[in-house]
Design a protein around this ligand. Structure first.
Ligand SMILES: [Zn+2]
Length: 393
């Protein structure tokens, strides 16, 4: 279902926002066990309000909390679930067969090794607390706007969290782990719906790795995909759609979407993956979701014309600014991109957002607050122009 009460071309975000210095300091203290999760959250409250202010100033219609409480979009669940442990790359290397090539891959892709601790399943999963209802509840107290919550997708979680030699004592196969993850994510979706959340976005960037791996069977650094090599692409894609549908099936009253990008850990575009969405679209459209949140500001993600066989099949969260550079896009360029999208989508189906978050990894923001704020403002201004053009002031 569409988010209720929205104007045409709702402006939203993909999720993360850069963290202020004081928050990073608190995060380090939390990770070193020097402060409690509750103490950390008190510090993060302030950062969430600052992230909200940037969005309000830019005219964002569906807001997020900037993922200020998360060290990144997939490992934050370590605080929330028993049975998951952060393993450093060094520890993980012990379980990788070809250590030299793994290391070379990380270097060539400019992977933020300091930021990477793979959340690894070491025991049966048991929720310690909701994954994100707490994040939602705080933001809800401070805004009347609809709220978007991002959750790591089930395929990403199942694939990245299961490490052979470590996880198989609790879950002999990755599929058995996936069953538990589906149950946890479905419960979370329902709890967020019941709490009044407008939109849940599942992040599955690792699907890019499935279709664009430079060489089959080779591990690439793609948002935690180093933990487990994947099977054949067709099989993996079918599994990803099946898992997603187990989560959302029959859950009404909340908008849902999936976000896939080609990596957002480096400003060196050459280190990120590239390729069009064409090989992924049938899978994404098989997922029973309202919206695909895709990056189209970067030319690395191919052309909107990939939607020609799938015109008007779903909503699109159209990426119209690149979070990874300092060049602030012009309002005219964003408007032109949206006009192009209207060949494949109805005006009611188009939501506007950056290509990805501005701070996927807490320790490695993709932009300054200032530039990120300016880019959001450009999207807000473009939405105003488009609403006048297509019938709503
Ligand atoms: Zn992304």
């Amino acid at each position: 279902m569409p988010v209720k009460g929205m104007p045409l071309f709702p402006v939203t975000v993909v999720g993360s926002w850069p963290r202020p210095r004081y928050l990073l300091d608190a995060l380090r203290r939390r990770q070193a066990g020097q402060i409690s999760f509750a103490e950390f959250n008190q510090v993060a409250d302030q950062a969430v309000l600052e992230a909200l202010k940037y969005q309000d100033d830019a005219g964002v219609d569906i807001v997020s909390d900037g993922e200020q409480r998360r060290d990144n979009f997939y490992s934050f669940v370590v605080e929330k679930l028993e049975g998951v442990k952060l393993m450093s790359l060094a520890e993980l290397m012990d379980h990788v067969e070809d250590k030299a090539s793994f290391d070379a891959i990380l270097r060539s892709m400019d992977a933020p090794a300091f930021a990477i601790h793979n959340p690894t399943v070491v025991d049966r999963l048991r929720p310690r607390m909701p994954l994100a209802v707490d994040e939602f509840a705080f933001l809800k107290q401070h805004t009347d706007k609809p709220i978007k919550i991002a959750l790591p997708g089930p395929y990403l979680l199942a694939r990245s969290r299961w490490v052979k030699g470590v996880s198989d004592k609790a879950y002999p196969t990755q599929d058995l782990l996936a069953e538990d993850l589906v149950r946890i994510l479905r419960d979370e979706l329902i709890a967020l719906r019941d709490a009044g959340c407008a939109f849940v976005q599942f992040d599955e960037p690792v699907l890019t790795d499935v279709v664009f791996r430079p060489e089959k069977k080779e591990r690439t650094f793609m948002c935690a995909s180093m933990a487990a090599a994947a099977g054949e692409p067709e099989e993996e894609l079918a599994k990803a759609a099946w898992l997603m549908n187990q989560i959302v099936r029959g859950v009404e009253g909340i908008a849902t979407g999936v976000h896939v990008c080609r990596g957002n850990w480096s400003r060196q575009e050459s280190g990120l993956l590239s390729g069009s969405y064409a090989p992924l679209l049938p899978t994404l459209l098989d997922m029973h979701l309202d919206q695909l949140v895709l990056e189209y500001a970067t030319p690395r993600a191919g052309a909107l014309a990939d939607f020609t066989p799938f015109a008007r099949r779903c909503e699109i969260g159209l990426g119209v600014v690149n979070p990874r550079n300092d060049e602030v896009e012009s309002v005219e360029a964003v408007v032109a991109r949206v006009v192009e999208a209207l060949s494949y989508f109805d005006p009611r189906q188009v939501y506007l957002n950056p290509d990805c978050g501005f701070g996927t990894f807490a320790e490695r923001p993709m932009n300054s607050f200032e530039v990120a704020g300016q880019k959001l403002k450009v999207i807000g201004a473009a939405a105003q122009v488009l609403r006048r053009k297509y019938g709503e002031a």
